[in-house]
Design a protein around this ligand. Sequence first.
Ligand SMILES: [Zn+2]
Length: 365
Amino acid sequence: MKRHNWLKKHTLGLAAALLMTAGMSQIALAGDSVYVNTSSLRYRTSAQIKDNNIAGNLSYGQKLERVGTSGQWTMILLNGKKYYVSSAYVTSKKPASAGAVQTTSQTAAGAQTSGGTAIALSSNYKYANYSKINSGTATLYRSTASNKKNKVVCVNAGHGTNGGGSVKTQCHPDGSAKVTGGTTGAGATSAVAVSSGMTFADGTAESKVTLAMAKVLKTKLLNAGYDVLMIRESDDVQLDNIARTVIANNNADCHIALHWDSTSSNKGAFFMSVPSNATYRAMEPVASHWKQHNQLGESLISGLKSAGVKIYSKGSMEMDLTQTSYSTIPSVDIELGDKASDHSGATLETLANGLLAGVNIFFGQ
Ligand SMILES: [Zn+2]
């Protein structure tokens, strides 16, 4: 804490002083400031993800002096020294409030359930009023592992909302039309609040498998030191996709929705990436967060690959999802296979190992 305050106070003066020294002026972008747009951002001594170049952490909303950028990496001056941060986590616009990534200790005011805290959709949360089904609660679990990560991972078992298919919610907060197909076609401005999901070739409902997957993943994350926000722990939670997303936005550091796809070719795992559509990527909150979403998806695919999971094509498919359209934290829908894929306990175990590895990659652990 002390260190951060000290850095905040002294960064600008030192940066200005250093910019005047020879060599720095050519990369200087005079007066250019950016802000940290994630709850905790690592800064590094070189533009690479490595264990031995981490210099420290920056906090949400912290103003930084940007002196250069190479696309993926942004060079900053801190304490008179050059450091590098991932460009995906800085924004030139000052983040509106700390609310988007506030830590759970500030918001988890719900009732205690067995081992966890129930979290309801607060009407104060941004975008909460777009939700139509929100009488249910998610549950926050704190890790008791010795190596606490101080990160909350939202685990969202896809589907599992009784009646969710007969209610419609707005696809985008600004009312614009969907830019890709999917469960709801392109051009639609409203979509089912929560679809019922597909049925596996062996007759098992997707929602049963996503729930089983979520439970296995929850245990692994807690054991690894992550806190876990479980959207659903039974066959039915009365939370639509918008409510799930908004609860995650306000209580977690990333959001992972678990799904299996509706094809029948056992094609492998992939994530739904943010469509490369200029209008969609310019719409808030997508504009400020789409890079984080894709980075989380790519991390999860890397983790799954390392666990030996079959990956479909390049590991992603562009999709305009309600989840993505309302997410203000890194957020993905990951499709762990399809109707023809094995979903035995052993396979779910492997998938969970891969997802945990991906979460570790994403948070640089
Ligand atoms: Zn699904």
